[in-house]
Ligand binder design. Structure first.
Ligand SMILES: Cc1ncc(C[n+]2csc(CCOP(=O)(O)OP(=O)(O)O)c2C)c(N)n1
Ligand SMILES: [Mg+2]
Length: 561
């Protein structure tokens, strides 16, 4: 495997400035236009650098550091340029640990710059004197202290390069306050194009041969297909080979909702009765049965192929018939070329028709719940109303338990890059940060944030940020007055539940109104649609608080363990 690197741009020689000037200039050269932050004196040089930069860098100040980092992570996911969060020393950084960890689990490109107690007082007990990198090291690709102002530009450049190259993830730097405020004249580094990893042609040939011999193949497309910019190659592969597809994470939309080869709605049958499953750009984790497929309805165990964006991502636990890693466009194109060389073209049409029939059956069954007139409201009815109102370019964000699982079942995006779910870390509280990011990254798109009522409590105060920065988004709260995804399993396991109920029918819409947005509560299923229309027309942050049936649990077959 070789690295392919395009020629870097020229260095900027002899630039003068404090640590913040250098950091902001390098971040801007990497494509950053917004920093997400919550104020603290340790990071003032970053603000001063942003204000005095030409053009100035936007400072998006939030109400909780988790929102700043979730927003920067979501920018990374949506734009595929690392997002930037700036956190003050000590509690600012520790408040960012959950979203940094989420970025690590999701392979999201993210750079976090932290403040740090001054080096010239270190060990004497100055305010918030915490050594951050050891805390961050296990959940980042790089975590270090920049000890000299003259090293800031180079360190920030490295942080962006590492975060943005396969397999993507978060990086962290902190700068001691005395060094951050200090000045230095340095040559700011040139910014090169991202590195692309080439794949082993023999490995691709083997995958092509396995596909050529398969009778019932399924292709699974995950987040890294989008993150690695391979969405066009993936769709081309699907359309030219006729292979049926299941998508997850940000792989959703790569094959548009409604496409005849998209069989996510028949996922159980597809993955359970396939003879070959080719998984691209997503780990073989609990979401994919740990990489064991087949065995359903008397089918034998399926052969498994794992294609990843980098060698470290290839599953170490699954029993693989073949694997390959590298730039995913090259990997997918390479498998297609190998398949085309096969002596006979496989005919999967009967298998595809079988799966299409299962999809059609699923769509019909879904229809009953999507039109449900049940009182209290069945959460599926919300999607029955929402899905027809979604634009092609919508960004749909899920933050919650069962309410978001229903979204995963019923929302099939028409385009890639518009679906943000919690991913394998499953961290509640990302909602408002993700919505802020989506509004900025996709200024003209519909942005819809789906919130469980439990999840809403973790970030709703940042509606204040939406209002202050004039960022209208539509929020829909599936309010079952409970931590539903925990209540139902506890009932199942113990026959009772504790710590699972929330106050009944809380007016989260009133919270949004108090913060300067709009909203309403809905208890009648026929009123959901008109309320959504008002939300889309509002031009302000608007929350539709739908009171739903706590007993309408999502029918899940895994609890993630
Ligand atoms: C930060 C965090 N804390 C706790 C959990 C455990 N958890 C997973 S789902 C869930 C319930 C979510 O409730 P809500 O947002 O109201 O959605 P519902 O399941 O009721 O639709 C909880 C507490 C988690 N995933 N993340
Ligand atoms: Mg709930």
């Amino acid at each position: 495997m070789t690295d392919v690197t395009e020629a870097p741009s020229d260095t900027t020689p002899g630039s003068e400035g404090h640590g913040g000037d250098h950091a902001v200039a390098v971040a801007a050269a990497h494509g950053v236009d917004t920093m997400f932050t919550l104020s603290g004196a340790h990071v003032f040089p970053m603000y001063d650098g942003a204000v005095r930069a030409d053009p100035p860098m936007r400072i998006l100040d939030v109400r909780h550091e988790q929102t700043a980092v979730f927003a920067a992570e979501a920018v990374g996911k949506l734009t595929r340029v690392p997002g930037l969060a700036v956190l003050t020393a000590g509690p600012g950084v520790t408040n960012g640990v959950s979203p940094i960890t989420q970025a690590s689990f999701s392979g999201s490109p993210l750079v976090v710059v932290g403040g740090r107690a001054p080096a010239n007082r270190w060990g004497m007990g100055s305010l918030q004197e915490l050594d951050h990198p050891p805390l961050l090291a296990p959940v980042t690709k790089l975590a270090r202290t920049v000890h000299q102002v003259a090293e800031v530009a180079g360190a920030v450049d490295e942080a962006f390069r590492v975060a943005g190259s396969s397999h993507r993830g978060p990086t962290f730097l902190d700068v001691p306050m005395d060094q951050f405020f200090d000045k230095a004249t340095v040559d700011r580094p040139a910014v090169g194009a991202r590195q692309r990893l080439e794949a082993d042609p023999d490995a691709l040939a083997k995958v092509g041969a396995l596909l050529a011999a398969a009778s019932r193949p399924v292709l699974v497309l995950g987040t890294d297909v989008w993150a690695d910019g391979a969405e066009e190659a993936a769709l081309r592969f699907v359309e030219q080979t006729g292979v049926p597809v299941v998508t997850n994470g940000m792989g959703r939309g790569v094959v548009p909702g409604g496409h005849p080869l998209l069989v996510t709605k028949a996922r159980g049958k597809a993955l359970g009765t396939a003879d070959l499953v080719v998984v691209v750009g997503t780990p073989l984790d609990f979401r994919l049965g740990y990489g064991v497929f087949g065995g359903k309805d008397g089918a034998p165990t399926a052969q498994v192929v794992h294609l990843a964006d980098s060698p470290g991502q290839v599953s170490g636990h699954a029993d693989l018939a073949a694997s390959a890693s590298g730039d995913l466009t090259a990997v997918i194109d390479g498998v297609q070329a190998a398949l085309e060389k096969a002596p006979s073209k496989p005919d999967w049409s009967a298998w595809v028709s079988d799966l299409q029939a299962a999809v059609a059956g699923g769509v019909e069954r879904d229809g009953e719940l999507l039109r449900s007139e049940a009182d209290p409201i069945h959460p599926a009815r919300i999607y029955g109303e929402l899905v027809p109102r979604l634009a092609e370019d919508s960004v749909v964000i899920g933050d919650g338990g069962d309410f978001v699982s229903f979204a995963g079942k019923y929302v099939e995006p028409k385009r890639p890059g518009g679906w943000l779910d919690p991913g394998p870390y499953g961290c509640l509280g990302a909602g408002l940060g993700s919505a802020i990011a989506a509004r900025i990254a996709r200024p003209s798109a519909q942005v819809v944030l789906l919130l469980g009522d439990g999840a809403a409590g973790m970030s709703l105060m940042d509606v204040d940020t939406l209002v202050r920065h004039d960022l209208p988004v539509v929020m829909v709260c599936g309010n079952n007055s409970a931590w539903g995804l925990e209540k139902q399993p506890m009932q199942m396991l113990y026959g009772y539940d504790v710590a699972a109920d929330l106050a009944p029918q809380t007016r989260y819409d009133d919270v949004v109104k108090a913060l300067g947005g709009g909203g309403e509560t809905v208890t009648d299923p026929t009123q959901i649609g008109p309320a959504l229309d008002r939300a889309f027309d509002a031009g302000t942050p608007y929350l539709v608080n739908v009171i739903t049936d706590v007993n309408a649990a999502y029918p899940r077959n895994t609890f993630g363990v």
